[in-house]
Design a protein around this ligand. Sequence first.
Ligand SMILES: *Cc1c(COP(=O)(O)O)cnc(C)c1O
Length: 375
Amino acid sequence: MEFIDLKAQRKRLGDKLTQSIQAVLEGGHYIQGAQVAQLEEKLAAYTGRKFCVSCSSGTSALLLPMMAWGIGAGDAVFVPDFTFFATAEMVALTGATPVFVDVEEHTFNLSAACLEEAVLQIKREGQLRPRAVIPVDLFGLPADYEALLPVANRYDLLVLEDAAQGFGGSLKGRKACTFGNASATSFFPAKPLGCYGDGGAVFTDDPALAELLRSLRVHGHGADKYDNIRIGLNARLDTVQAAILLCKLEIFEEELELRRRAAGMYTEHLRGRVTVPDIPSGFASSFAQYTIRLRDSEQRALVMERLKKAGIPTMVYYGKTMHEQKAFAGLQIPAVKCPNALKAASQVLSLPMHPYLTRRQIEAVSDELLQTVLA
Ligand SMILES: *Cc1c(COP(=O)(O)O)cnc(C)c1O
């Protein structure tokens, strides 16, 4: 069994995908070809944002808006303690200080109450200037923006949504990638909408920011590529990846439905025996991952071993919180307590999840799992 079955999707897309790639090869516009602008237009329309600026990865999609906002040394940027490393890494790369904030126990997403406490703590300590917050739509579930945005407004924080896993999710009908001042997503192959390499995009409704992002992704260009008016990057999305994404976008809605169906089947089997994903009312997850919670890390190790023997891959996203990462050890990061993040890191387990899981596969995973849990 595959953890994420990209081959099944490839097979389904068949000649159409091959022809899209072929068209790029023959067309010869490998950088910023017509497909890139086409994709940006389609993605903006899909999410409901005014602008989409594609880029080289989800990581650069996080970095570019922070560069545009001039975030750097002396700034505090609040990030969940339980996330993928890049969220906090890019803050540190700008020279700003990532402040790790606890998450909600049941959704794994940034807690608005803990955010407010952390902001007040930073203000009291007086060393750093609270500048921005990066809520993460973890495992595909949008963060609770109805609770988070008022806190951000109260303290004048810029909001950068990390929707690397969230693309396709929604909150009261509003799609992920539309929350806050800017949103970042990733097209890494394993994400809900993935290409065949690295890719990402930034979304915003702010025309000035969109223009700045376009400049920053190509060496801070002005009138043209050789007129450089600011320090930027080479962070473009390849034309071939845009062509692949255009093709995959055609079946994305249907794939989302299939993911939700698979999640529903898992939940049907597992509810009441292990802690299944909590999708609060009004929220829709893109189910980038189907992540359960076990009693503790010992039980999790037993489950993983048993499933592995049965040929079923599982993953721990994430076994280490941000404040435990060695990379941040040298930074003077204010200590904020994050008990829920620590608990999550010891309990979470992600099961195989993709649109092409069969009922039989889901039953097989659930049965194996329950035999360990109920033993
Ligand atoms: C994958 C991911 C990223 C980084 O995206 P890349 O395309 O791999 O650079 C950032 N944040 C989160 C939450 C992610 O899951």
